[in-house]
Design a binder for this molecule. Structure first.
Ligand code: SF4
Ligand code: SF4
Ligand code: FES
Length: 495
């Protein structure tokens, strides 16, 4: 492997990489070695158009752009010399000549690379007297993205994303020189399943998502790491949290899992966290057949009593459990402990299958399907069969994927169960037939591990607290197991 020296620091690099890629590979780019850049992005082909990444390479006459200069063994690079700083200041001055400088009303303010680099390298005042170019503002590009042409610095990241990543090619640059603007092709909308990534990669406030625009000023956001639960890819996301609520998901780079991208459906799935249909309180069905709100202790007592009665009367063979692919490994382990304690063998995984694609979206709609299978929760078909045929008396269900048309479809087959215990995050038709319903936590509200479709084990921590009392599923299941243990042990001893 060649070795290069950057600002006196030796870096071993891979053959064939550019200086910027080599710094990125070494984890030094903007984290030890600052080489500002606009057009370069780790997930896109080199463009070399913004000229901001110029560095000095000993032995080469002029300054070189780090994004398109291949490394060579023994290369000596300077990124902080006066020449380099002057060049960056020159580029920034040119970029700012026509910029509207409307930071106070720009939604990117606070996370804008033009602001950041202008602060670092920009001139204190403008030398031009000519009016700045007036272009279109608030141009809807499609259902998800709004463009402000005046703020665009023509880095072409958005254009290359649509050509290279999604292959949809909706965007292009129209006109020449200082009349150049980003546009969609005539009659075309920016409308693909990954369209909102262009807002993530736009370094300025030119592209914003309709979803997040003017929702909250970004300096009130705390970005916390998390994982999308939409499918078995398990894409890494940043959860933007303000006022105790998740306000957005943005892509969090992980080259082993999702690169720098997430799909639009996954991006918008943050809305599930504070959705109006979240289960906010435990529910217990009374003797009059009505399901009523209850304290968690009361719901756990009711579930314990019902499970005990069922096992005493019919034995554990008449009870089954269906796990959800949205649960963490820790939740699943707790479910397994409960089932072992009850002596229940019948356990399946309710996994919804849907559309997938060649980029990220996986047909398995659950972030921990692989983890659930590894924990012994497999094909639910035998359990569904017994439910349809009246061959079960009791069921513990986590989540409500069971109601998907490809699984049970409706709760009717559960009508005759003597006992149905539901542990879920959101309300569902299961409430019509459940005896006890206990609210659990969304993945954003608890810690744990997940295994994605490629077998990558990923850990998450709680990013927010639920705005109502909800206990992590693992804890609910452990409390149930604990409450059931003495009586079952005694039953075993008696037997
Ligand atoms: S809209 Fe943003 S990403 Fe696209 S060219 Fe302009 S500055 Fe770059
Ligand atoms: S591909 Fe799957 S995991 Fe990734 S963002 Fe989309 S739904 Fe979420
Ligand atoms: S990042 Fe190198 S020219 Fe733009």
């Amino acid at each position: 492997m060649p070795t290069i020296t950057v600002d006196g620091r030796q870096v071993r690099v891979e053959e064939g990489r550019t200086i910027l890629q080599a710094l990125d590979d070494a984890g030094l780019l903007m984290d030890g070695v600052d080489v500002p850049h606009y057009c370069w992005h780790p997930g896109l082909a080199v463009d070399g158009s913004c000229r901001l990444c110029q560095v000095e390479v000993e032995g080469l006459g002029g300054l070189q752009i780090a994004c398109n200069t291949p490394v060579a063994d023994g290369m000596v690079v300077h990124t902080t010399s006066d020449r380099v700083r002057d060049a960056r200041a020159g580029v920034m001055e040119l970029l700012l000549v026509n910029h509207p400088l409307d930071c106070p009303i720009c939604d990117q303010a606070g996370e804008c690379k033009l602001q950041d680099y202008a602060f670092e390298y920009g001139a204190a005042g403008a030398r031009t007297r000519e009016p700045r170019r007036a272009l279109q503002k608030r141009v809807p590009l499609g259902p998800t993205i709004v463009l402000d042409q005046e703020r665009c610095i023509l880095c072409r990241r958005c254009v290359r994303f649509c050509r290279e990543v999604t292959g949809t090619g909706e965007l292009g640059i129209a006109n020449r020189g200082d009349r150049s603007v980003i546009e969609t092709f005539p009659g075309v909308e920016l409308d693909n399943p990954y369209s909102m990534n262009v807002a993530d990669i736009c370094p300025v406030g030119a592209l914003t998502t309709r979803d997040f625009r003017f929702k909250v000023r970004v300096w009130f956001l705390e970005e916390r790491p998390g994982i999308c639960t939409g499918c078995a890819r398990g894409c890494n996301v940043w959860l933007g949290v303000a006022h105790g609520e998740v306000q957005r998901y943005t892509a969090r780079r992980n080259d082993r899992v999702n690169g720098s991208w997430i799909c639009d459906a996954g991006r918008l799935s943050y809305r599930e966290i504070a959705a109006p249909d979240r289960l906010r309180t435990p529910l217990v069905r009374g003797e009059d057949g009505v399901l009523r709100s209850a304290e968690l202790d009361v719901a756990l007592d009711a579930a314990t009593r019902r499970l005990r009665e069922l096992i005493d009367a019919k034995g554990p063979g008449m009870l089954a459990a269906l796990a959800s692919a949205h649960l963490t490994n820790e939740d699943l382990a707790a479910l397994r402990r409960l089932l072992d304690r009850l002596g229940v063998d019948a356990a399946g995984l309710t996994l919804v299958m849907g559309e997938g694609d060649d980029l990220l979206v996986h047909p398995e709609k659950g972030a921990n399907a692989a983890g659930a299978r590894a924990a012994g929760f497999g094909d639910p078909a035998p359990i569904l069969e017994r439910l349809r045929g009246g061959g079960l008396e009791g069921l513990i269900v986590l989540g409500h994927d069971l109601l998907h048309p490809t699984l049970l479809g409706s709760p009717d087959a559960l009508d005759d169960l003597a006992t149905l215990i539901v542990l879920d995050t959101h309300r569902s038709e299961l409430e019509r037939v459940a005896d006890v319903v206990i609210p659990g936590r969304h993945l954003a509200e608890k810690g744990g591990t997940l295994v994605n479709a490629e077998g990558v084990v990923q850990e998450v921590a709680a990013a927010v607290e639920p705005p109502f009392p909800a206990t992590a599923q693992a804890e609910v299941l452990d409390r149930l197991a604990e409450a059931l243990a003495p009586r079952l042990a005694q039953a075993g001893g008696d037997g």
